[in-house]
Design a protein around this ligand. Structure first.
Ligand code: C2E
Ligand code: CA
Ligand code: CA
Length: 372
């Protein structure tokens, strides 16, 4: 008896008229969720869909646009509080969702307008103090709000699916840039680039092709690329992730476990994973200078990595003491504010030029023809 409409994509609206009890709409919402509990059988396979429902009430003469917008915000809140549920719009309490909604479309525009760029944090060989690589970190300069941190926009990009495009852009830009630096500053020693990968990207069916495309486009040797994946990603959807990672490694790409120690990877399982590098989470590095028992965790991870024949990178090294301690226990690589903050492309180029171990540049200012 109610009116249902498809608003576009996977968004639908249901108009419930003549509501007498305020909870009528909630009853309908629950019925919809219950109906969706049943699987759809397609070619003999049971498929399950879930829905998040936002409810907005409007009296006689309520503006249609406003009603849809309120319902949309409530839907966002429902999605955020765990999916497969409904939420009712309450004026004034939806600020966060509103902010998110605005930021979500701003992020879409940001990608179109090229407001996303990459900074590079040097990775240092602790034994020689040479820069041996860099981690690519995404940055967003919002035209009105100024810089927005990846802690805010990466989860948003993951939620909206924009991470696939964003991740591709970062990957391409970083591979291209590092290839130029290799030719200009490091003709004889390898310089690697580490790029962060979200779960959403990894489980895309064509992730391996995307990576191989980036390498082809930029002529970067696969051995110069490290993909950083968090423990949580690795532990989710394990079989599929492992197949993908194995294919990437067959190409010569190396895999790092990011924020190691903060997730739940089972140690007995670690040696079976297609992984080359462990990145010690910065919380363990910070603990080195405390008197708590946690101070021995970073050294313990270094020994663990050695036993498993994995390279180890310490993250978030902020003091000389932390660096010295890590070098002392056999940690090979490190990054952190003590050595360098994440740098813009030009600043990173200057640093490499100043620290070039093998003198003559083979390509002069190839970077001038580069992207940004
Ligand atoms: P992450 O991968 O763990 O990156 C390291 C973070 O530590 C970076 O924060 C870096 O700026 C910060 N950092 C580096 N040295 C130090 C230090 O000495 N002390 C402290 N306190 N912090 C240090 P940032 O750039 O804010 O990035 C935050 C997170 O956002 C990253 O954590 C990563 O998970 C995510 N992220 C950044 N760029 C990308 C991207 O292109 N794709 C994806 N999927 N995630 C990204
Ligand atoms: Ca990382
Ligand atoms: Ca990390």
């Amino acid at each position: 008896t109610d009116t249902a409409a498809r608003m576009g994509g996977d968004e639908f609206a249901v108009l419930i008229e003549d509501v007498t009890d305020e909870h009528d709409a909630e009853v309908v919402a629950q019925q919809l969720l219950d109906a969706l509990e049943e699987p759809f059988t397609i070619s003999g396979t049971d498929l399950y869909v879930r829905a998040s429902i936002g409810i907005a009430h409007g009296g006689f003469g309520a503006a249609c646009d406003q009603l849809l917008r309120d319902a949309d915000l409530a839907m966002y809140a429902a999605k955020h509080s765990g999916k497969n549920r409904y939420r009712t719009f309450e004026a004034g309490t939806q600020f966060e969702a509103l902010d998110k909604l605005e930021l979500g479309s701003a992020l879409r525009r940001a990608l179109d307008r090229d407001e996303i760029f990459v900074q590079y944090q040097p990775i240092i060989d602790l034994a020689t103090a040479q820069v041996v690589g860099a981690e690519a970190l995404a940055r967003w300069n919002h035209p009105d709000r100024g810089p927005i941190g990846p802690d805010v926009f990466i989860p948003l990009a993951e939620e909206t699916g924009l991470i696939v495009e964003l991740g591709d852009r970062v990957l391409l830009a970083a591979c291209k840039q590092v290839r130029l630096w290799q030719l200009e500053h490091r003709p004889n020693t390898p310089l690697s680039i580490s790029v962060n990968v979200s779960t959403v990207q990894l489980i895309q069916g064509d992730f391996v092709e995307r990576v191989s495309f980036a390498l082809d486009q930029t002529s970067l040797p696969a051995s110069s690329l490290v993909l950083e994946i968090t423990e949580t990603t690795l532990m989710r959807d394990t079989d599929r992730s492992i197949l993908t990672l194995c294919a990437l490694r067959d190409m010569g790409v190396r895999i790092a476990i990011d924020d190691f120690g903060t997730g739940y990877s089972s140690l007995s399982y670690l040696h079976q994973l297609p992984v080359d590098i462990l990145k010690i989470d910065q919380s363990f590095v910070a603990a080195i200078e405390t008197s708590s028992a946690d101070r021995s965790l970073a050294p313990a991870i270094v020994s663990l990595a050695a036993a498993l024949d994995l390279v180890v990178v310490a993250e978030g090294v902020e003091t000389e003491l932390q660096g010295d301690t890590l070098r002392g226990v056999g940690c090979e690589l490190a990054q952190g504010y003590f050595f360098a903050r994440p740098l813009d492309r030009d600043a990173m180029g200057k640093l490499l030029a100043a620290r070039t171990p093998d003198a003559t540049p083979v390509v002069r200012h190839a970077a001038a023809s580069g992207s940004r």
